[in-house]
Design a protein around this ligand. Structure first.
Ligand code: B12
Length: 317
């Protein structure tokens, strides 16, 4: 959505609230019918003026701090805790939502606002495309799965996300080295933010690790609207020994930057998740992308040694 659309929606909502008397408008600026300016002053951050098409321009004051800011997110919500310091230490020890307090049997408004803000973060990560500049910088060409109807179809038709489209099959066939020891593929999956947060760090580590081990590294590429199951199509086309798929994980509330490396030994049509392994929760604060990269290479070598992945690899070791 472009800035003009966002501004128009924001202005329309503000006008509706204002007209209904739900918010106080401290000041009104007379404006032309074609353009207006809404000043949203949020504490502690002051937003830049937004231009919108509306006949009213209330100066809206948002008097709540950003609920996702660390000092808000981790602020104890329990009234009169028996051990305030202990509670603070518990909260600091986990990313789970604890010590949030309650109002009678209900959430406090702060908890509700945080849920809504975090949900917005997950939606952004899911509906956005991976930054093209990142793909260009890492020299990844792009292909697509059989999804043609955008993210909505991607969510509703996982089966189509597990198959490469005809064009993709042709392009991969033309541009990629065949039968490498290790083939690396990147997929957007359920979070563009996860790829953007980790790829720059992890990709060179995997490449260097593979080359340092004296193994051939196939031509890496990017797949849009990717699901894990599409590894089978790539296996059929390129016949790598080990296929590594770096893909965005389903975002959790407030955590959208987590990536996984799904891996399989000689993937082929008909394979299931029982034939694959996954190194998950790759992000700063989880499995650090640099360390995870080294671990991916180790696991690839283990797969080659035992000529197996997934349950078969477990049974072999
Ligand atoms: C959604 C999910 C599921 C869903 C998948 C439903 C679906 N069709 O999409 C369900 C509930 C079925 C599921 C089941 C399992 N899951 Co699960 N799952 C996840 C979750 C929350 C998100 C995965 C994701 O975003 N994938 C990316 C998208 C783009 O992939 P996708 O193509 O849409 O979906 C595929 C993958 O999600 C894959 N998948 C999901 N879980 C697992 C687990 C393994 C070991 C493998 C190889 C593949 C796999 O199955 C889907 C179909 O191919 C992750 C948490 C995380 N942090 O990653 C855990 C996670 C990946 N799952 C995990 C586990 C352990 C399992 C189970 C083995 C649990 C069990 N004991 O039964 C089973 C295995 C299922 C299988 N497919 O063989 C662990 C893996 C830990 C590890 N490193 O081995 C994770 C990391 C959760 C955790 N922290 O413990 N899972």
């Amino acid at each position: 959505m472009d800035d003009a659309k966002v501004a128009a929606i924001a202005a329309a909502v503000v006008k509706e609230l204002w007209d209904a008397g739900a918010i106080a408008a401290p000041e009104t600026t007379p404006v032309s019918a074609s353009s207006a300016t809404m000043h949203a002053t949020a504490a502690p951050v002051t937003a830049a003026p937004i231009t919108a098409a509306t006949t009213h321009a209330p100066l809206l004051t948002i008097d709540l701090p950003d609920p996702t800011a660390a000092e808000q997110r981790y602020a104890p919500g329990v009234t009169n805790p028996a051990d305030a310091q202990g509670l603070q230490a518990l909260i600091a020890a986990t990313t789970a939502r604890i010590g949030v307090g309650r109002t009678g049997p209900r959430y406090r408004t702060a908890s509700l606002l945080l849920f809504q803000a975090d949900h917005a973060i997950t939606q952004d990560a899911l509906y956005r495309d991976v930054d093209q500049k990142l793909l260009d910088d890492l020299e990844l060409f792009s292909v697509e799965t059989r999804i043609t109807g955008g993210k909505q179809e991607y969510l509703l038709r996982p089966d189509l996300g597990r198959q490469l489209c005809d064009d993709a099959r042709r392009t991969i066939g033309e541009r990629c080295v065949k039968s490498p020891a290790i083939q690396l593929v990147v997929g957007d999956g359920l979070s563009a933010a996860a790829i953007e947060a980790n790829l720059r760090q992890i990709l060179p580590i995997i490449k260097q690790g593979v080359q340092a081990a004296g193994l051939s590294f196939g031509t890496p590429f990017f797949v849009k609207h990717a699901r894990v199951g599409m590894m089978n199509d790539i296996g059929e086309l390129l016949r790598p020994e080990v296929l590594i798929l770096l893909i965005g994980e389903r975002p959790g509330l407030g955590r959208a930057d987590s990536m996984s490396a799904y891996m399989a030994f000689r993937p082929k049509p008909g394979d299931t998740d029982a034939d694959r392994d996954v190194i998950c929760n790759i992000f700063e604060g989880g499995a650090n992308p640099l360390e995870a990269g080294a671990f991916v290479v180790q696991l690839a070598q283990k797969m080659r040694k035992h000529q197996a992945s997934g349950v078969k690899l477990k049974l072999a070791t």
